[in-house]
Ligand binder design. Structure first.
Ligand SMILES: Cc1cc2nc3c(=O)[nH]c(=O)nc-3n(C[C@H](O)[C@H](O)[C@H](O)COP(=O)(O)OP(=O)(O)OC[C@H]3O[C@@H](n4cnc5c(N)ncnc54)[C@H](O)[C@@H]3O)c2cc1C
Length: 407
């Protein structure tokens, strides 16, 4: 590492954790954390949960404001990086200022995917990625009577639960034939679908939006589906997923797929440049192909792993993936990667609202999805760290102690 130290682009979960972990690991050189947002770095998950319902009045800071100063982390906020020169080891900021780096960390996150149909820019159509987005949605919810959500993914469904709880007529339009089709096992997706339906949410599957139509006054009035129905709406959330923020990496000539390509130590194709968090496409021992994960766990564990590597203990990234989502009163927790599973085993009773679905690939346990069953989730995270796996009949047996097995 030369005297220019480490520059981190992106002060989200990954970037802030990287800065903190570097200091914890003893890195004493110059450390800069640059972000194009102006506010203090904050937790994103509550934006579609407690912040939206108003249970949390403000965004929850990732670290107290003094943390950065006390730890000698120079923050450049409201500052966009516009270019990287990998050979010259420097970056250019939007105002033209050039900053050299010894090592560069790309923690640029992801951006909400846009829906490009006529009327997409009408007032009343929202996306949800930043605190400002969440504030706009929260304000709009106050007077809303009919909500339309495009996309039955995690954020869309969390928002649907909030809207329906308020008595807002809520419709979800989804292109595929099920909710969370790529993310969840079929039994879990069917269970959640039924619970949302029972809470008053209407689903339109195998349907897309052809256009948004204005009401009198020019605000959103309805979503027109491809099959020609107009669904009235005074608020719309487009929740059709997010794309890795790869613009800078691409422009700099780094290898990029559906994320910035890194190796098992989170190194990009350019010397002295790493990528972590939502923007990174990485190999994982539990995945057949390189994957990109959008989760707080992945962002923070990759940051810790990189900090170890940059402070003299080269470390391969192999943390067990886990995730959570609050769907109204239901706490969904996922441990492992369920892609490619061919069998599921139910543990517990769905009717009780506390159960887990265990996903197997052949005889190999690869993931568990739990509803209001944190003990199963925690046990599964420990199990996936080791080599021994319980069998399908063991996990189905209520008398079998997963906790003891995990220990
Ligand atoms: C509404 C919402 C709810 C979520 N709920 C959950 C949940 O329940 N559980 C869970 O595990 N995960 C959840 N997530 C996902 C989780 O928040 C992300 O995986 C996590 O934020 C990724 O962290 P990151 O640091 O990689 O990216 P981000 O947090 O997106 O941070 C990237 C930062 O980089 C900045 N940046 C990008 N390009 C530049 C540039 N050129 N110059 C300067 N700055 C730049 C961006 O402005 C941003 O501040 C949720 C996400 C959202 C949006």
């Amino acid at each position: 590492m030369n005297e220019n130290g480490i520059v981190i682009i992106g002060a989200g979960h990954a970037g802030v954790q990287a800065a903190a972990s570097l200091r914890e690991a003893g890195f004493a050189g110059p450390l800069k954390l640059i972000d194009n947002e102006t506010e203090n770095p904050y937790h994103k998950p509550p934006l579609s949960k407690a912040y939206l319902t108003g249970a949390a009045a403000d965004a929850q800071p990732l670290r107290a404001g003094v943390f950065f100063e006390q730890n000698g982390i120079e923050r450049l906020s409201g500052t966009a990086v516009s270019a990287i020169d990998p050979a010259g080891q420097s970056i250019t900021l939007a105002d033209g200022w050039v900053l050299p780096f010894g090592h560069l960390v790309l923690a640029t996150g992801s951006v909400a995917r846009r829906l490009n149909v006529p009327g997409s820019d009408l007032p009343g159509i929202h996306q949800l990625r930043t605190r400002a987005d969440a504030q706009a949605l929260r304000d709009a919810l106050a007077g809303a009577r009919r909500a339309v959500i495009i996309g039955a993914g995690f954020i869309g469904l969390e928002f649907a639960a909030v809207a329906a709880t308020r008595g807002i007529e809520t419709t979800v339009i989804e292109a595929s034939d099920a909710i969370l089709k790529r993310a969840l096992s079929r039994p879990m997706a069917e269970y959640l679908h039924e619970r949302h339906r029972a809470a008053g949410v209407t689903f339109r599957f195998q349907e897309t939006v052809a256009a948004f139509l204005p009401a009198e006054g020019g605000r959103i009035g309805a979503a027109r589906t491809a099959s020609g129905d107009d669904i009235p709406a005074d608020i719309v959330l487009v929740g059709i997923g997010a794309d890795a923020e790869t613009g800078l990496a691409r422009q700099a000539g780094l290898a990029v797929g559906n994320g910035i390509i890194v190796d098992h130590q989170l190194r990009t194709s350019a010397k002295n440049i790493s990528a972590i968090g939502d923007c990174a496409l990485f190999p994982h021992p539990q995945a057949e192909m390189p994957i990109r994960l959008e989760s707080v766990q992945n962002a923070t564990d990759q940051a810790r792993c990189l900090a170890r590597s940059l402070t003299g203990s080269p470390t391969s990234y192999d943390a067990v993936p886990w995730f959570w989502s609050d769907q109204g009163p239901l706490k969904l927790q996922i441990a492992g990667l369920s892609q490619g599973h061919d069998r599921t085993v139910l543990r517990g009773d769905m009717a009780s609202g506390r159960f887990s679905v265990f996903c197997f690939r052949g005889d190999d346990l690869v993931a568990a999805e739990s509803i209001n069953q944190a003990a199963d989730h925690m046990a599964m995270r420990r199990i996936l760290k080791g080599v021994r796996r319980p069998s399908p009949s063991q996990v189905a047996d209520a008398e079998f102690s997963l906790k003891a097995f995990a220990a």
